[in-house]
Every structure is written in structure tokens, then in C-alpha cells.
Write a protein that binds this ligand. Structure first.
Ligand code: ZN
Length: 194
């Protein structure tokens, strides 16, 4: 029997989500059929709300539903922790007693994939260095993360701001978001001055 078009269409949408293969996508689609009308409505409005309400903080580039995010509004602005993606802020916020603010680059340098300094939020970082005492570079410890950190360090150090790099407690090449809390806390505590 041929799959109904509307089920196929929903399966295809689910299969676009990260980590969801064709089989799982089909299971998801079938599970929607079994939902109550109100569950489906909730599902739809949750999707729509995320899309309409979430934007980037005008200061740090993290996700927020306001103009300036809660972290920028409340925390110590003399220390900025630089990360590649909003999900990294979440990882670092799960741990440690970090009380500074963040700057989200929205990517890492990768000349091969066309990600140049201009495509990252580096200009925005340079524009907010006034009164800043330390920049902590917390990009991943893989090749691209390292290259990005070194590039930014070379730009900022001559401007008289202290620049540090998170410690390699996170094993080389690994991603921040999957590091456990102890490792991340140590990586931040044992950062080295560049
Ligand atoms: Zn912010």
C-alpha cells in the first residue's frame, strides 16, 4: 500500500531534524495521528512560538525573547566568554560559577567551507571591548575552534585586553556541548593566558 501523501509530507519534515532518520521520522508522523486535537494544536503553537519569539540578543548574539538577554542585562560585563554557538552558552551556564557575560560568534573559521572572519560576529565583539578586562576564548578544542581562538587572540591582545583560552581538560577535538560539568568547570578555571 502506498503511503498517504499527508503522512509522507509530515515524515519528510521530521526527517529534516538533526539525528532523525527515515524510520524514526515515520514513527513520529504516525504518533501525531494518535495525538488528541489539543495536543496537536499545542505542538503547532510551540513550533510557531519558537520561530516568532526567539531572536538574537543585540549585545551578545545569544538566543533571547527580548532585545537584550537576561545575562547581558544582569551580569559582570568586564569579562566576556567567547563561544561559537548559542548552545555553548547553555553548556557553560549549566556549570561553574561564571559570572561574566558571553559573546556568540555564530560559527568558527573555516576557509574551506567559506567561513571567513567577516561571516562571524567578530566586528561586534571588537565593538564591545570598552571597559573589558578579560576575554575568555571558549570555542571548541578542534582544529576550527583553535584557529578561531588564535585569530581573535591576535586581534585583541594588541588592544591591551587580557586574553585567555579555556584549558584543554576537554580532550582535543571534542565539543563543548558534550563535555560533562566537571570537565567544563575545570576547563574554565584552568584557562591559560595567551
Ligand atoms: Zn546578551
Amino acid at each position: 500500500m502506498k503511503q498517504l501523501d499527508c503522512i509522507m509530507r509530515l515524515s519528510n519534515k521530521f526527517s529534516r531534524l538533526p539525528g532523525v532518520g527515515a524510520k524514526t521520522a515515520q514513527r513520529y508522523a504516525y504518533s501525531v495521528i494518535d495525538m488528541s486535537d489539543s495536543e496537536v494544536e499545542d505542538f503547532i503553537s510551540a513550533l510557531r512560538d519558537v520561530k516568532t519569539q526567539v531572536k538574537y540578543c543585540s549585545v551578545c548574539g545569544n538566543f533571547t525573547d527580548k532585545d537584550v538577554c537576561d545575562i547581558c542585562a544582569r551580569r559582570d560585563k568586564s569579562v566576556i566568554c567567547v563561544v561559537a554557538y548559542p548552545k555553548d552558552v547553555l553548556a557553560l551556564e549549566r556549570v561553574s560559577g561564571y559570572r561574566g557575560v558571553y559573546h556568540v560568534l555564530h560559527g568558527t573559521l573555516s576557509p574551506l567551507e567559506g567561513r571567513t572572519p567577516d561571516s562571524l560576529k567578530i566586528k561586534e565583539l571588537l565593538a564591545r571591548l570598552d571597559g573589558v578586562e578579560e576575554i575568555i576564548l571558549a570555542t571548541n578544542t578542534d582544529v576550527e575552534g583553535e584557529a578561531t581562538a588564535m585569530y581573535i587572540a591576535r586581534l585583541i591582545k594588541p588592544m591591551g585586553v587580557k586574553v585567555s583560552r579555556i584549558a584543554q581538560g576537554i580532550s582535543m577535538g571534542s565539543e563543548l556541548e558534550y563535555a560533562d560539568e566537571v570537565t567544563l568547570t575545570k576547563a574554565l578555571e584552568k584557562r591559560t593566558l595567551l
